[in-house]
Design a protein around this ligand. Structure first.
Ligand code: ATP
Ligand code: MG
Length: 259
């Protein structure tokens, strides 16, 4: 990949689920070091975009490409995409009964290390992993007991979000999509999670943050903000666009882009 190749690029993406078309020509380019916010009314296709990019098997791509490090990832499995350095925090994280947080995270970290050839692809020694998870949990102000709990079982909304950010901190992906990271977080947790994201984010990474609230973008400051309407990105701008939406809602954009 040359330096001029964008880290992540969506070209004319059309996709849907169960025969229903949802994405109708999405274009988006994200470079290393950039944080992009994605907003838009309920049902406009934001989560669908996240799922399609992550390779969720229920979604069907009709047209277009998703390039990551110059490679079209649409032919790859979700697992292969993760190993290549992509990360997706789901809006509704799944419960995995009988798997503790720590075990899940160890498997995830080792799988990604193997994919990237970190440490010659060898699994992290358990002691090293424990040190790493302790360090990241301290960074995110998380109780160590959290790691011994079963994944997402009985987690509150805020705890699920923290668990995702812990994954993000441990996996150090090149590109992450966070969907509705603000949902279910109280104000203190929102700040802690945002601080966590800001602390672990480096200029070698890039991020797409999907949110309904300008508030989140006060904490995780985006370089660009995009608005999705009916499966297309119809407006892009700087952080001021989020403020404008908070103020004016989406109706003016719906009128402007009525087809
Ligand atoms: N399994 C499914 N079968 C049929 N339609 C679906 C399915 N999943 C999602 N949709 C539809 O796709 C459209 C886009 O949904 P999506 O979840 O991507 O929206 P969103 O922008 O993330 O909304 P929100 O802001 O509420 O999270 C909606 O009309 C939704 O009902
Ligand atoms: Mg959604």
């Amino acid at each position: 990949m040359s330096d001029a190749t964008p880290l992540f690029q969506i070209e004319n993406l059309h996709a849907g689920i169960e025969g229903k078309q949802i994405l109708r020509g999405v274009n988006l380019t994200i470079n290393r070091g950039e944080i992009h916010g994605l907003m838009g009314p309920n049902g406009s296709g934001k989560s669908t975009l996240a799922y399609v990019v992550a390779g969720h098997p229920n979604y069907e791509v009709m047209e277009g490409r998703v390039l990551f490090k110059g490679t079209n990832v649409l032919e790859m499995s979700a697992d292969e995409r993760a190993r290549l350095g992509m990360f997706l925090a789901f809006q509704y994280p799944t419960v995995i009964p009988g798997v503790s947080m720590a075990n899940f995270l160890r498997l995830a970290v080792n799988s990604v290390r193997e994919g990237r050839g970190n440490g010659n692809g060898k699994p992290l020694p358990p002691r090293e992993f424990r040190r790493m998870i302790r360090e990241k949990m301290a960074l995110l102000k998380m109780d160590e007991a959290f790691a011994t709990r079963y994944l997402n079982e009985g987690f509150s909304g805020g705890e699920k979000k923290r668990a995702e950010i812990l994954q993000l901190a441990l996996l150090e992906p090149d590109f992450a999509i966070l969907d509705e990271t603000d949902s279910g977080l109280d104000i203190d947790a929102l700040r802690t999670v945002s601080d966590g994201v800001n602390t672990v984010f480096t200029d070698q990474q890039a991020m797409l943050v999907i949110t309904h609230y300008q508030r989140l973008l006060n904490y995780i400051k985006p370089h660009f903000v995009h608005v999705m309407l009916e499966g297309r990105i119809v407006e892009s701008g700087g952080p001021e666009l989020a403020l404008e939406l908070e103020d004016k809602g989406y109706d003016w954009l719906k009128e402007k882009h009525a087809s």
